[in-house]
Design a protein around this ligand. Structure first.
Ligand SMILES: C[S@@+](CC[C@H](N)C(=O)[O-])C[C@H]1O[C@@H](n2cnc3c(N)ncnc32)[C@H](O)[C@@H]1O
Length: 465
């Protein structure tokens, strides 16, 4: 099979419970049912019905008819506001549903009968509360600068009578979005109105929060995709520092609010930001991190979730996927460096934490033995504070649902790291555990990720984001 094709097949796809996963929207049927939509549908040479994705009116009409036809929701947004795509946004809702039903962390007593969510930045379109309520019966509190005035927002939700519950799903909090002096000292990158801390009331608790953040730093950056027209005003799309600053603020707020939310989650638009934010979570002492990829057509986004709720250890064991070998590439190696420099740096990385190392410069291998204390020292070697009271478990989820978990090591860790030349300017670094063991595998994975960051910083040319 040609490489390109195989790659496409291996990509994660739409969430299996997404109602459009087996049956994508049927434009022909919708056009026959909704004359207002019919005028946007045209037929290509092969007879397939299409719409012009660069036409805001067409995408808005599609969203309107899908919400009406498949969710019983009457919906509309004014010209130019951010227009959501229903199948895409449903993926995030189903992922949260997975998190809530998984038994990775303890259930809390916030989880009464009805799931209670908090939508950061509901926007004029109110899409997440609408989908969460219509698909799963959840209730929401929503916040946002561009949340529509009460009459428009509730008008969107209740005018279609099919779901009487929808009127209750959203209580608005936009009035809280004034600057808050209490939080100003913790805002390092983000300089906007409060996000969670200062907005959530004392004693209030939620099953989860979710966020589709203002992704961009400027409107120029936001207008980069000429192939679609989803609208979006500056107030909806832009914040100083972009999504990285915004989600960093959610993380900092979560450190204060801790178990007020069972799960903190956010969508992320750039993979490079995912890595940075996962590192940040590692620093602040969360108990668990989960990541996922949302793919829908040509759009790819990432989901990040974390919690301060204690993990259920027994359940965690069953989630473990043992892995003894890890590897990464060092691409764009700066000219003056070669495999030997990298090998030396690998050795210093481990000896600096007290681990013992034996290098073989002929075969480009370093043998490492690290005690529990050395492992802890390596994991703490990231600058900035770490909450030492919490054992950290980092999980990432791949398209096939497998998970990686990083638990503290019980005894000592023995492994070797090899450096291979791939092509000029590119090295492969591979780490292999010398023996089996689940907890070793978890800790080793964390250490290896850290090693990757350090080596990339030291040896690779930084690409502009
Ligand atoms: C990309 S839009 C997402 C809108 C909608 N949730 C969606 O998925 O289409 C980001 C939203 O965050 C809002 N926002 C910006 N700063 C905020 C803050 N400090 N608190 C809450 N919402 C904020 C913006 O006004 C905007 O509506």
């Amino acid at each position: 099979m040609p490489n390109k094709k195989r790659k496409r097949l291996e990509r994660p796809t739409i969430h299996p419970r997404n109602r459009y996963s087996e049956n994508p929207p049927d434009f022909r049927l919708l056009a026959s049912l909704y004359p207002s939509f019919e005028s946007f549908v045209f037929y290509s040479h092969d007879g397939r019905p299409r719409i012009d994705w660069t036409d805001f009116n067409a995408t808005r009409e599609l969203t309107r008819v899908l919400l009406d036809h498949d969710h019983g929701v009457k919906w509309w947004i004014p010209d130019g506001q951010l227009c959501p795509t229903v199948p895409n946004r449903s993926n995030y809702i189903h992922w949260i549903e997975d998190l809530l039903s998984s038994e990775i962390i303890a259930k809390t007593n916030t989880s009464q009968d009805k799931v209670r969510g908090f939508d950061i930045g509901t926007g004029a379109n109110c899409i997440y509360p609408l989908l969460g309520a219509s698909l799963l019966g959840w209730s929401f509190v929503g916040t946002g600068q561009s949340l529509l005035t009460e009459e428009t927002c509730s008008g969107q939700m209740v005018s279609g009578e099919p779901d009487p519950g929808l009127g209750d799903i959203l209580s608005e909090k936009s009035e809280s979005l004034t600057s808050n002096p209490v939080v100003s000292d913790i805002m390092k990158e983000y300089h906007g109105p409060p996000v969670l801390f200062g907005v959530v009331k004392d004693g209030e608790s939620f099953d989860f929060c979710m966020c589709n953040p203002p992704f961009f730093e400027s409107m120029e950056e936001a207008g980069l995709n000429p192939k679609t027209s989803c609208g979006g005003t500056a107030q909806e799309m832009v914040c100083p520092g972009g999504e990285r600053a915004f989600i960093s603020q959610i993380i900092e707020d979560s450190v204060i609010l801790k178990q007020s939310f069972r799960w903190y989650t956010s969508m992320i638009g750039r993979k490079s930001n995912l890595k940075v934010l996962v590192s940040k979570l590692r620093e602040v002492g969360v108990t668990i991190v989960k990541t996922t990829e949302f793919v829908q057509g040509k759009t790819c986004r990432w989901g990040l979730a974390w919690s301060f709720t204690p993990p259920l250890k027994k359940m965690i064991v069953s989630h473990l996927v043992e892995k003894r070998k890890f590897s990464f590439m060092l691409e764009g190696l700066q000219r003056q460096f070669s495999a030997i420099h990298v090998l030396k740096s690998v050795e210093s990385f481990f000896t600096a934490a007290g681990a013992s190392c034996k290098s073989n410069t002929l075969s480009f291998i370093v043998d490492v033995t690290a005690s529990k204390e050395h492992v802890e020292a390596i994991l703490k070697s990231v600058p900035q504070k770490i909450d030492e009271s919490v054992n950290c478990h980092f999980m990432s989820e791949t398209s096939n649902g497998s998970s990686r978990l990083h638990t503290p090591v019980d005894d000592k860790l023995c492994f070797h790291v090899s450096v291979f030349q791939q092509i000029p300017g590119t090295l492969l670094v591979r780490g292999s555990l010398n023996h089996d063991g689940n907890s070793e595998s978890g800790a080793f994975s964390s250490i290896f990720q850290q090693l990757e960051e350090v080596l990339k910083k030291e040896f690779c040319r930084q690409r502009p984001l």
